[in-house]
Design a protein around this ligand. Structure first.
Ligand code: NAI
Length: 422
């Protein structure tokens, strides 16, 4: 008897399958594409391979090698005797039954939906022009575009802008909001954008794209109509949850834009059916999907855990990186949360100077009087690792006063956190 059906073998689905199998559950996992999902095949992993390659040619060569190696690792994990991998699409017949195109039917008491998300295209004239690509399609290019125009300065837009500019493309970013990376502290986002601007990326901020005609991107900025010429246009204006009409057969609530409605334990409105990762539209991050899946399996097994999904660190792999955990200064102000702010700059850190990485800043927000750490936002070399430390401290409910008395190795970038806490 199958105890658990999982639909989708991305980071949410495959980690849940492995965790469940290790704890004695019998799992069937469905995947219509490659195992590893967006993150491994066309997201985090290939883009990080680009970041760590010297040239575009090296990036495309290494991308395939790295992805195939990791995919092999996931296949090995899924070869666990308690897991059956079905390489087909699963569609709901009813709340406990799914069916594949080849006509096989499977039932289980519990089902986890982990179908991920896909690129959202703007509903504008020319969005279907051949020069307009999603991030997945951009990663398939074998020739570096001479002029790349990126619509959207969110996570995907900024990561591709940074790396393609370094490879030698002429990069222009057009963003509707007045600052890039809306989830990051505005001060930090602005400093990072200015740094990338100095490197040669052109930004049009407060600029809403209205149409694409041929190779021209038309947008409004402060009431003026402007345009940019490009050989390739990347549409990086968000992602939409992969919901499917057959979800209606199972009877739970879902919305094509917002995804599958879930409670705080990722259960849908039908008991026994769960939705984890991008498809529930909550936190579109691979590590969020992974932890949500493990949390669901723990609750099925009656295993308590202490996951706090409000403490969700995230990083943007531009050069240098940006990262954040907890609310930005603006969000704290908006929520009228009393707080104080502590800053440290890379240029005053010995390791950063030695590394020639003096551009960067760490900002910690805490309760007044050096109380509990509420958030940490940073940009600069290895900012993701610094924010990870802050995130762990937040999970342990540490205060800024405690952080300032924790010994940090000298010389390290980690000292920046203690410096901010002082
Ligand atoms: P996003 O939501 O982060 O950014 C989209 C941007 O497009 C916004 O800033 C928005 O204002 C702008 N935009 C929308 N319409 C526009 C218009 N007409 N003209 C100009 N600008 C316009 O979405 P993105 O970057 O596509 O990423 C999708 C998801 O994938 C996010 O949830 C992100 O967190 C996740 N992701 C995470 C990564 C990481 O953790 N390192 C890497 C890649 C993606």
């Amino acid at each position: 008897m199958t105890s658990l059906i999982i639909i989708g073998a991305g980071p949410g689905g495959y980690q849940a399958a492995v965790h469940a199998a290790k704890h004695g559950l019998k799992v069937i996992i469905f995947e219509e594409g490659h195992v590893g999902g967006t993150c491994l095949n066309v997201g985090c992993i290939p883009t990080k391979t680009y970041v760590h390659s010297a040239t575009f040619a090296e990036a495309i060569e290494r991308q395939q090698q790295v992805v195939e190696q990791l995919r092999g690792g996931v296949e090995t994990l899924l070869s666990h005797p308690a897991i059956t991998l079905v390489r087909e699409r699963a569609s709901f017949v009813d709340a406990h039954t799914v069916e594949t195109p080849s006509g096989q039917r499977f039932t289980a008491d519990n089902i986890i939906i982990a179908t991920g998300s896909s690129a959202k295209l703007l509903p504008i004239e020319g969005a279907d022009a051949p020069s307009v690509l999603t991030s997945t399609e951009l990663l398939r290019l074998t020739e570096l575009p001479r002029r790349l125009c990126i619509i959207g300065a969110g996570v995907i837009g900024m990561e591709f802008a940074s790396v393609f500019q370094r490879f030698g493309a002429e990069v222009t970013v057009v963003e509707y909001l007045k600052e890039c990376l809306p989830m990051v502290d505005a001060d930090i986002a602005k400093r990072l954008r200015k740094l990338l601007e100095k490197r040669g990326i052109t930004f049009y901020m407060g600029a809403g794209v209205k149409a694409i005609r041929g190779t021209s991107v038309y947008f409004d900025q402060k009431g003026k109509e402007l345009s940019v010429e490009a050989d390739v246009i990347l549409m990086a204006t968000g992602r939409k949850p992969n919901v499917s009409p057959d979800f209606a057969n199972a009877g739970f609530d879902f919305d094509p834009r917002k995804g599958v409605l879930v409670d705080n334990h990722f259960q849908t409105t039908v008991p026994g059916i769960f939705a984890i990762g991008d498809v529930n539209g909550r936190q579109m991050l691979a590590h969020a999907a992974e932890m949500q899946g493990i949390h669901v399996v723990n609750s099925l097994l009656g295993l308590p855990d202490e996951m706090d999904f409000n403490i969700m660190p995230a990083a943007i792999f531009t050069e240098p990186e940006a990262a954040c955990v907890g609310p930005s200064e603006d969000q704290l102000k908006e929520a009228r949360t009393p707080f104080e702010c502590h800053k440290a700059f890379y240029r005053a850190n010995g390791k950063a100077l030695a590394m020639k990485e003096t551009e960067g800043m760490v900002k910690l927000c805490s309760e007044p009087n050096r109380g509990h750490i509420l958030s940490c936002h940073a940009f600069g070399a290895h900012a993701a690792d610094l924010v990870q430390e802050a995130s762990v401290l937040m999970c342990c409910r540490a205060t800024v006063a405690q952080l300032s008395s924790m010994v940090h190795i000298h010389p390290t970038l980690g000292e920046l956190l203690r410096m901010a806490a002082e």
